[in-house]
Write a protein that binds this ligand. Sequence first.
Ligand SMILES: *[C@@H]1O[C@H](CO)[C@@H](O)[C@H](O)[C@H]1NC(C)=O
Ligand SMILES: *[C@@H]1O[C@H](CO)[C@@H](O)[C@H](O)[C@H]1NC(C)=O
Ligand SMILES: *[C@@H]1O[C@H](CO)[C@@H](O)[C@H](O)[C@H]1NC(C)=O
Ligand SMILES: *[C@@H]1O[C@H](CO)[C@@H](O)[C@H](O)[C@H]1NC(C)=O
Ligand SMILES: *[C@@H]1O[C@H](CO)[C@@H](O)[C@H](O)[C@H]1NC(C)=O
Ligand SMILES: *[C@@H]1O[C@H](CO)[C@@H](O)[C@H](O)[C@H]1NC(C)=O
Length: 411
Amino acid sequence: MRYLLLVAFLTVASCHEFKTIHSWNYVKFNFPNETIQNALITSGDYVPENNMPLGVQVWEDKIFITVPRWKNGVASNLNYFTKGDPSKTPKLNPYPNWETNNITTPDGIVSIFRVRVDACDRLWGVDTGVNDILGNSTSVRPVRIFVIDLKTDEILRIYTLKESDQTANSFFAESTVDVEPDDCENAHLYISDLGGYGMVVYSWAKNDSWRITHNYFYFDPLNGNYNVSGFNFQWTDGLFGMALSAPGKDGYKILYFHAMSGVTEFSVSTEVLQDSTLAKSKDYYAFHVEGHKGPCTQGPTSLIDTVTGIDYFAQVLRNGIACWDTNVELNPDTFVLAAEDNATLVFPNDLSIDRSTNMLYVLSDNLPQFLFSQYDMKKRNFFLTAASLDILTHICKKQNVNMERRLPHIL
Ligand SMILES: *[C@@H]1O[C@H](CO)[C@@H](O)[C@H](O)[C@H]1NC(C)=O
Ligand SMILES: *[C@@H]1O[C@H](CO)[C@@H](O)[C@H](O)[C@H]1NC(C)=O
Ligand SMILES: *[C@@H]1O[C@H](CO)[C@@H](O)[C@H](O)[C@H]1NC(C)=O
Ligand SMILES: *[C@@H]1O[C@H](CO)[C@@H](O)[C@H](O)[C@H]1NC(C)=O
Ligand SMILES: *[C@@H]1O[C@H](CO)[C@@H](O)[C@H](O)[C@H]1NC(C)=O
Ligand SMILES: *[C@@H]1O[C@H](CO)[C@@H](O)[C@H](O)[C@H]1NC(C)=O
């Protein structure tokens, strides 16, 4: 009886874990003054309804928000506002500045989808280089990796991906950075190629990149049909979310990954990915099936809380956040829907952990409304919500399940 009550309590409580921190009808920027804002609206350089926030990353007192150039009139792609901004709808400040975010600036940023902060206070982002994807799609610059020093706001490196890293269908919307705080030179960026079904690895120390392929990077044709916000659409996006474990005894981590249009989770050791000769990744069996998540579990980003080993997943078909304790076997019973909300978690698009407050942040933006119709600017369209990792851990941790994890990677 007590057990049943506890279960009931958790089930009810779980729907309300995420609190809305900020929400927006549309994205506003901190323009130098109103004259300039009006001029940019007149010239078409700022079309308010075409600015959709997609990526979020929390670092110290800054919350970074990316606004990809899906349509014309994105005023600035890489932005931040201050954590604890008292406004319900904070204005975005271009990062590091307006000039770098102006697509006419020769070495400027064009369109980064998501940014990642590493253990050495560096901000990493892959710039797709494409403007106005849905309209007059134009490749303004090649695909480049940007690395920015968050302590000085200086761009440390801009690296252009090689021809051999890409295919004609390549598209890069997600990446994960791998580095330990005591070894900042030994950094790697793993970039998922959702359109070309591959992965690009960049080594900071070698200043070099290489492309890895595997059957597990493809989409599952049975799981590419979506119903979100009343829109029915089909996507063929392959490799997307990639979540890194804590380092193992051998110093390498496990990268858990999945296709956007798929419900299976896979894994591979970073030792395999870091081998630039590709000898290790050529071994088909170096990649493993972790398990199946169940129906309607498709989503873009996933992220591991390395303190607990719990992997968090954005769930676009369920308006929610799911979790899996990587210490236990993955199956539809251990893949838990930790929260859902049909108003504030519609198309959760990115996740970020804030260690200083031990919170998981989620940015939800109702993307299908933007892609297949347009936003109603009289409504709240974008939500930045957050939940305490202590509470989420209680919901997600499988303490009473047989903790004996199956022999690693038998599949
Ligand atoms: C707005 O800012 C621009 C550039 O800093 C400046 O030239 C202009 O005088 C300002 N206009 C007003 C009305 O403050
Ligand atoms: C970008 O720079 C150009 C040239 O200086 C200017 O005309 C344009 O208004 C700027 N765009 C934005 C969004 O600031
Ligand atoms: C599309 O973009 C190209 C390249 O920037 C430009 O030359 C052309 O005028 C644009 N067409 C329209 C309809 O905006
Ligand atoms: C990294 O490589 C690129 C192209 O291969 C080169 O242009 C750049 O100067 C290199 N950067 C460093 C820091 O070595
Ligand atoms: C998805 O939407 C289509 C078209 O609106 C509808 O026919 C179908 O039943 C829906 N599928 C599910 C699983 O909701
Ligand atoms: C959200 O909407 C779905 C579909 O209409 C419904 O099944 C689900 O119970 C709703 N969830 C909540 C928390 O209201």
